[in-house]
Design a protein around this ligand. Structure first.
Ligand code: ATP
Length: 345
């Protein structure tokens, strides 16, 4: 049996029952070239289905919830995730295969991670050092890439990190944006930098702060800032510092611990860059420094990674925009009279 769900003029989704007796939840849905099966996760804005792609490969297909399509901001966020996921090509950014950013046929086909997000593996215990450093190096590499292209992720946290064969990738680009275009400030309270709590604009340094929070969590088994309410969390992020990492993980290289401690600087320009962190993490793993030529610029996407449907073009970006100017140790230059507790407007 086969029937169509029609949206406006064009039939976009085919519903095909495998057997007449199957319940609706067991129906297989075909969306463009993807045959969808069971749900593998649900977020605030989307349902994620396991699917089989045109080449027979298993993929994760993200479908906006009906409420997402009805709310302008949520629909824009989904469209943004589709555009940017297909734009960015990096070994440690979750790979997108195809998608439609807007409308009732909106979807995003992603590389499938059978173990789900990293957050599901954290049980209040530290990860083994090497495993944690490997994950952190991969995510620092993804951030260094985004920052070189002039983009900010805005939601770095273990819920948005996926691991396969010991290698990690950063997902959920719904809040990511190009600095040249501007965007709403956003983040997740346990991982948000002080400037985000202040409602100021974010930068690569805000991602570095979130990466530092995640690093502390992976290496110690606990979050560095806790609270029973948003207000308590805000006070913690704005005024406290966690214990020096070297006191909790003395086997780690001192220089790396000091750099990770500095990700908690309240002033964004005092934090190391993602690139400096990536280099220090690779050194701690005994690996050579990064070679930035191993990543494709966003404009050189293979034909297979194309989106369809209405979308806003992201700004063209240089192949290798420089990192924000910094000192040789990876610290950004200081701005005089910068007051971390100033609120805008
Ligand atoms: N590529 C993937 N591979 C495997 N599972 C995935 C993948 N992407 C998402 N999931 C699963 O789907 C869940 C929901 O995904 P995600 O958090 O990205 O949805 P979302 O609606 O964009 O989230 P939110 O709007 O709350 O940030 C994840 O927690 C995870 O369990």
């Amino acid at each position: 049996m086969e029937f169509w769900i029609e949206f406006g003029e064009e039939p976009l989704v085919t519903l095909r029952a495998r057997r007449r007796s199957e319940r609706v939840s067991q129906l297989s849905l075909t969306l463009q070239d993807y045959v969808l099966s069971r749900s593998i996760g649900r977020g605030n804005t989307s349902d994620v289905r396991l699917a089989t792609g045109p080449d027979g490969r298993e993929v994760a297909v993200k479908l906006p919830l009906p409420a997402t399509l009805r709310q302008h901001d949520a629909a824009e966020r989904f469209g943004n995730e589709v555009r940017l996921t297909l734009k960015f090509q990096h070994p440690h950014v979750v790979r997108g295969f195809a998608g439609t950013p807007f409308g009732p046929g909106a979807f995003l086909a992603l590389f499938y991670y059978p173990d789900g997000p990293l957050s599901g593996r954290l049980r209040g215990q530290p990860l083994p050092s090497r495993e944690a450093l490997r994950i952190l190096a991969d995510i620092a590499s993804a951030l260094a890439y985004l920052h070189r292209l002039g983009a900010v992720h805005q939601d770095v946290k273990p819920q948005n990190v996926y691991v396969s064969d010991g290698r990690a990738a950063l997902g959920d680009l719904g809040s990511a944006y190009f600095v040249a275009q501007g965007s709403k400030t956003s983040g997740s309270p346990y991982y948000m930098a002080p400037e985000v709590y202040h409602g100021e604009s974010t930068s690569g340094a805000s991602d570095v702060y979130s990466l530092g929070v995640m690093a502390w969590e992976l290496l110690t088994g606990a979050r560095p800032f806790t609270g029973n309410s948003y207000a308590e969390l805000m006070v913690a992020h704005l005024s406290r510092f966690p214990a020096p990492l070297a006191s909790l993980r003395p086997e780690l290289p001192r220089a790396l611990c000091r750099l990770l401690d500095r990700t908690f600087a309240k002033r964004p320009h005092e934090r190391p860059t993602a690139d400096a962190l990536h280099r220090a993490l690779l050194e701690a793993l005994g690996e050579p420094p990064p070679n930035h030529e191993d990543t494709l610029p966003g404009d050189a996407l293979p034909a297979s990674a194309q989106q369809s449907g209405r979308h806003t073009a992201a700004p063209r970006v240089a192949q290798s925009l420089p990192e924000a100017p910094g000192k040789p140790d990876g610290t950004r230059p200081t701005r005089r009279n910068w007051n971390p507790f100033r609120r805008k407007g």
